[in-house]
Design a protein around this ligand. Structure first.
Ligand code: F6P
Length: 326
């Protein structure tokens, strides 16, 4: 493998708070190690269109506290085709980039894996997603901030739920994973979390209202993970109207508000450590790995493994939500 002289950085897929802290850490660690740095705009799209900028230490000044991503992000159709990836490779080479650090979630890492299989490009991934749905890492950049945003909102909703004696279904993001729902329920003292991991096993609504939910409670908050297959919180509220008309049910969908805002201290620290580790990985000749955090320590995780082996839901924690809301 030819020596790496220049590292390109991109952010792709859904933005996540802490991506800027990661861009800053990668840029400055790379400069510290003597690499040139290029910022690629709009994820893989910038590789296809050749929107590539020279980055200096100043390019990443005063961004650690900002949500979103200064590199912008996109979900790029062209990059999913072999023709698009060929153009991307040619543009990358023309810009003098010989290694990539990609920051994003499963779509971003899937793109990285395919690109690395087709072309001889060392790629290091950073898990940047509020969904926390990647394997080989205990946390992802953005998850903690999103969790805090959710609990801030739920704390406010509780005032109305309690004053009007209502049952609130609060829908949160998570793609196909229930981590945001489960842990925001635990952290906000909600009555239950309804998550996709349990959908095929039990009728979670019947269990909540029919068997478990205390009738003497005058209000309740149930956190529901988004789920296009079942219809999420809206479908549950419709069911309540028909099957349990004694409850005054309401729906709040938190939506993209969960992706915004200044990153928490935890996300900034995670992004800074992971960004530095990504550059170290390149200096060590690592390729096609994602930087993970396992029991507080940095780990190199093969991208394929990160994509296949999502962490399992801790069922005891789901049970704990119920126990603590009796
Ligand atoms: O992956 C992050 C995420 O916010 C998911 O939780 C959600 O399902 C999806 O992105 C929404 O995507 P978009 O921004 O394209 O609506």
């Amino acid at each position: 493998m030819a020596a790496v002289k220049c590292i390109g950085i991109l952010t792709s897929g859904g933005d996540a708070p802490g991506m800027n802290a990661a861009i800053r850490a990668v840029t400055r660690s790379a400069i510290y190690h003597g690499f040139e740095v290029k910022g690629i705009m709009r994820g893989y799209k910038g590789l296809v269109t050749g929107e590539i900028l020279n980055f200096t230490s100043k390019s990443v000044s005063n961004i650690i506290q900002l949500g979103g991503t200064i590199l912008k992000t996109a979900r790029c159709k062209e990059f999913t085709t072999p023709e698009g990836r060929k153009i991307a490779y040619e543009n990358m080479k023309a810009a003098g980039i010989d290694a990539l650090v990609v920051i994003g979630g499963d779509g971003t890492l899937t793109g990285a894996k395919i690109f690395a299989e087709e072309y001889d490009v060392p790629i290091v991934g950073l898990p940047g997603t509020i969904d926390r749905d990647l394997g080989g890492t205990d946390h992802t950049i953005g998850y903690d901030t999103a969790l805090n945003t959710i609990i801030d909102s739920v704390d406010k909703l509780r005032d109305t739920a309690s004053s009007h004696e209502r049952l609130f279904f609060v829908e949160v993001m998570g793609h196909t994973a229930g981590y945001l729902a489960l842990y925001s329920a635990l952290a906000s003292g909600s009555e239950a979390a309804i998550i996709p991991e349990m959908d095929t096993e039990v009728d979670q609504l019947a269990e909540l209202i029919g068997n478990g939910f205390r009738k003497s409670k005058n209000s309740a908050i149930v956190i529901v993970a988004e789920n296009p297959e079942t219809g999420g919180a809206t479908a549950l509220a419709e069911r309540v109207k028909k099957e349990y008309p004694e409850y005054d049910a309401r729906v709040t969908i938190l939506g993209h508000i969960q992706r915004g805002g200044s990153p928490s201290a935890r996300d900034r620290i995670l992004a800074s450590r992971m960004g530095y580790a990504a550059v170290e990985a390149i200096t060590e000749g690592q390729r096609n790995v994602m930087i993970g955090i396992q029991n507080g320590k940095i780990a190199y995780v093969p991208i394929a493994k990160a994509l296949q082996q999502r962490k399992e839901i801790v069922r005891n924690h789901l049970e704990l939500v119920k126990i603590l809301s009796i």
